[in-house]
Design a protein around this ligand. Structure first.
Ligand code: ZN
Length: 415
């Protein structure tokens, strides 16, 4: 199928975009639809690369608005874990479908997910038309190392066979829920299979203190000693990383995904040290974390929080520039995350957004500044992935049914 977008605005110039076989074939003022193309008139809408959500637990949309003002441990122990013990396949599927619909609506086309029954998330991603790298959470704190390893292998095999839009990752939950032995085993498996590792790291100061007490070293150094930190490692949070850890991560080529909204909501007490990470040369992406602790999946809204938190923490309005923040949110500062290295150019994935040029948030001022400080997901008019139009005019097809089914599943779980 060939799709041609006409009359989109790119850097102030009207352009056409022709997409074939999932890639951009041609882009420029001279590009026009050919006979037989599906044609979409952009009418001056702004053409931009899509957003990339580097850390999610997609199906946790079902937990939205439940226990949102509790401290972390009571929230997990009273609201999350007892319900997760009852999850059925259809719960995960419809929760993830709702997450996908929200991401399409707010301009995210690729995400990195860690959640139970990952094959259901993969099914939702495929049905929605998005892209994702998915891993089953690996936890052996209850002593079940054998079960965890079997599950890790099975889920790698299964997720690795689902085609180009789904990637498989190993997802050890955190250093405090996975044993040293299992972390070594995961590092070896990741190296052997050449798959990424997605893990939470340095979210709270307690985690750092406990790690130093137990192992005599800080979390990044500990993981590095076990072989977990490589160029294929994604570390979610990194709030409490110190300068030596940032140098280590830069040296290994690892990626940190910062989740400012979830960090603020769970009140972790600090802000990811982005200026120091950038200075050290660490690859950085942006994430929402799960809807249970955010509670939104609107990455454009979190982009503002990211930039403001950095400025506020540094007591310096120049700590991050809008262009820099936008690059982080589109995955341009973290090649591991999988965004096209040269988006909106021939040969790149045909993944892009058309934004409402007449939206009040975008109509006046510099685009990057408007996107970061004024816009929300509501400015997205059209979302295209692999040359397929997933949303047009701000309307996600089937949204009503998806919301109804997800609501049904949440009720079933007593949420
Ligand atoms: Zn998380």
């Amino acid at each position: 199928m060939t799709l041609t977008i006409a009359g989109a605005l790119l850097d102030g110039e009207r352009v056409g975009v022709r997409c074939a076989e999932g890639r951009i074939e041609a882009i420029g003022p001279e590009v026009e639809a050919q006979p037989g193309d599906e044609k979409l008139e952009a009418a001056g809408a702004l053409l931009v690369p899509p957003l990339l959500n580097g850390h999610t637990h997609a199906a946790m949309t079902l937990f939205r608005g439940s226990g949102g003002d509790l401290p972390l441990m009571p929230w997990l122990q009273e609201r999350i874990w007892p319900v997760e013990a009852k999850l059925e396949a259809e719960d995960v599927y419809w929760g993830a479908r709702l997450a996908c619909a929200e991401m399409i609506r707010s301009g995210t086309t690729r995400f990195w997910d860690m959640y139970w029954q990952p094959e259901q998330t993969a099914r939702a991603v495929a049905d929605a038309g998005l892209r994702a790298t998915i891993g089953a959470p690996l936890i052996d704190v209850n002593g079940d190392e054998v079960g965890m390893r079997e599950a890790a292998l099975a889920s790698l095999e299964q997720l690795g066979s689902l085609g180009p839009s789904i990637g498989a990752a190993l997802a050890p939950h955190a250093i405090y829920t996975v044993s040293e032995d299992s972390l070594r085993w995961i590092a070896a498996l990741a190296a052997e299979r050449e798959v990424p590792i997605h893990i939470h790291l340095s979210e709270t100061s307690q985690e750092v203190q406990d790690c130093v007490a137990a192992h005599g070293e800080r979390p990044a150094a500990y993981l590095d000693r076990l072989g977990v930190i490589t160029g294929r490692t994604l570390l979610a949070h990194g709030v409490w990383l110190d300068p030596a850890e940032l140098d280590l991560l830069a040296d290994r080529g690892a990626t940190v995904v910062t989740n400012p909204a979830a960090n603020m909501k769970l009140a972790v007490g600090a802000v990811f040290p982005y200026p120091a990470a950038r200075e050290a040369g660490v690859a950085v992406g942006l994430g929402t974390d799960g809807a249970g602790s955010n509670d939104s999946l609107d990455l454009l809204a979190d982009l503002k929080l990211f930039a403001l938190a950095q400025k506020h923490a540094a007591a310096d309005p120049t700590a991050i520039a809008a262009e820099d923040a936008w690059a982080v949110a589109t995955g341009a500062r973290a090649p591991l995350l999988g965004a096209s290295p040269r988006p909106l150019s021939p040969g790149a994935d045909a993944d892009f957004l058309l934004l409402r040029a007449a939206a009040p948030e975008l109509a006046i001022g510099e685009l990057a500044s408007d996107l970061v400080y004024a816009a929300s997901g509501a400015v997205v008019d059209t979302t295209v992935v692999a040359g397929r139009v997933l949303m047009r005019g701000g309307e996600v097809p089937e949204l009503e049914e998806i919301v109804a089914r997800a609501r049904e599943r949440a009720r079933r779980l007593g949420l």
